[in-house]
Design a binder for this molecule. Structure first.
Ligand code: GRF
Length: 204
């Protein structure tokens, strides 16, 4: 069977990208990383990819004529790289049904809370404001809704009384860096079965 080719989309720091690149190097993800795309030229993820010798391209959202133009450019880059699995890793843009349909059931996302609670851009702040005792992270397939698609894996962390957004984010991030490579490898192995539009079964 030919290898899956990953395309990772990032907007910023790229620590999840880094953990994915390391997992590929260690053979924990048996796939190639074909391309890293960002929507911002200053994204540190670009440097990380370039340092690792991975093709890295910025499709600057600000230079696109609109969302459709932006997404068509992303799709063109992903197609050219032969991508078979799109990995959103801190990509802070909502993707339209056009993009989602181009890679139907082939797009994964990571979110730093236990979905369906605390979706959106300020998960840790919202967790602390609400007062939950547990938080965590979620890997899910991407569908047309925000942080909404069927859940693949989740892991939890405790929320401490004296947590700040930064301390909670750091605790969750440690879990993210383990969980995302695991979920990607399950996808690559063909072990994720979509039972319906909400349920993912992990095959043995
Ligand atoms: C992570 O917490 C991820 O869950 C969220 O955005 C953050 C990205 O961090 N979607 P990084 O760019 O991977 O370091």
């Amino acid at each position: 069977m030919s290898k899956h080719i990953l395309g990772v989309l990032c907007s910023g720091r790229g620590s999840n990208l880094q953990s994915i690149m390391e997992a590929i190097d260690k053979g924990q993800i048996k796939a190639e990383l074909g391309i890293v795309l960002t929507d911002k030229p200053e994204a540190k993820a670009l440097e990380r990819a370039e340092a690792a010798g991975i093709k890295a391209v910025c499709v600057n959202r600000k230079e696109c004529s609109g969302q459709q133009d932006f997404e068509e450019k992303l799709v063109a880059e992903l197609r050219q790289a032969g991508v078979t699995c799109v990995v959103l890793a801190g990509f802070m843009r909502i993707l339209s049904p056009y993009f989602v349909n181009e890679f139907k059931h082939q797009i994964l996302n990571i979110h730093p809370s236990l979905l369906p609670s605390f979706c959106g851009a300020h998960a840790h702040r919202d967790v602390l404001a609400y007062g939950t005792k547990v938080s965590g992270c979620t890997i899910h397939f991407v569908d047309e809704g925000m942080d909404h698609g069927p859940i693949i894996l989740q892991d939890t962390v405790p929320v401490m009384d004296d947590d700040t957004e930064d301390t909670l984010a750091a605790r969750v991030l440690v879990k993210e860096h383990v969980l995302y490579p695991k979920a990607i490898q399950l996808f690559v192995d063909g072990r994720l079965e979509l039972v319906d539009d909400r349920h993912v079964r992990i095959k043995d």
